[in-house]
Design a protein around this ligand. Sequence first.
Ligand SMILES: Nc1ncnc2c1ncn2[C@@H]1O[C@H](COP(=O)(O)OP(=O)(O)O)[C@@H](O)[C@H]1O
Ligand SMILES: [Mg+2]
Length: 182
Amino acid sequence: MENLFNGKITKKDLAPYEMIGDGKDGEIYKVADDKVVKYFFKEETWQRELEAMKIGQTSTIMPRLYEYGEHYIVMEFVQGISLARHMKRHGYIDEEMTKKILFVLEEFKRLGFTRWDTEVRHMLMDASGDFKVIDHKRAFTSNAPYPTKLMKGMKKFDLSGEFMKHVKTLRPDVYQAWKKAK
Ligand SMILES: Nc1ncnc2c1ncn2[C@@H]1O[C@H](COP(=O)(O)OP(=O)(O)O)[C@@H](O)[C@H]1O
Ligand SMILES: [Mg+2]
């Protein structure tokens, strides 16, 4: 397949596209129906996220990686709402969703990431309710055996208790380990 960019990106290359995300570490533009480009402000952040995304390609929780070059990554556009938005809109986390969240955390572990955590705004749910996670720059630089950030995000919507109740039913071993770690 033809590449969208040729190894280096300038502001001019991005001008035709709509900016759909504007984070602390980069800007995200929609470059095709199914693709975005994340343009990084810093080379170091780009390298860290690229490494995690490459390693993560064996997992369904990772957006597909299409091409990359100096300070940018072209990846799958994940259509859907974040876990944060879901909680705000619907006000619940059910057992089925808990299963899928636990799967995401297990995948971080399986991939060898040292951060077994993410933020509720970085978990995007597709049409079938499966999660894809974005923003992996801390996959290997944080050390998190317990999903502190995720739980904090749930607490904001008063849903961490509900989530933990489902975890206890589904995976009592995980529940105990998290409780101890707290
Ligand atoms: N692959 C993607 N598909 C859909 N939206 C995305 C994608 N990547 C990023 N975004 C959007 O852009 C925002 C910022 O992206 P993020 O990777 O978190 O940037 P930063 O590293 O600056 O925090 C996200 O919150 C999301 O709304
Ligand atoms: Mg982010």
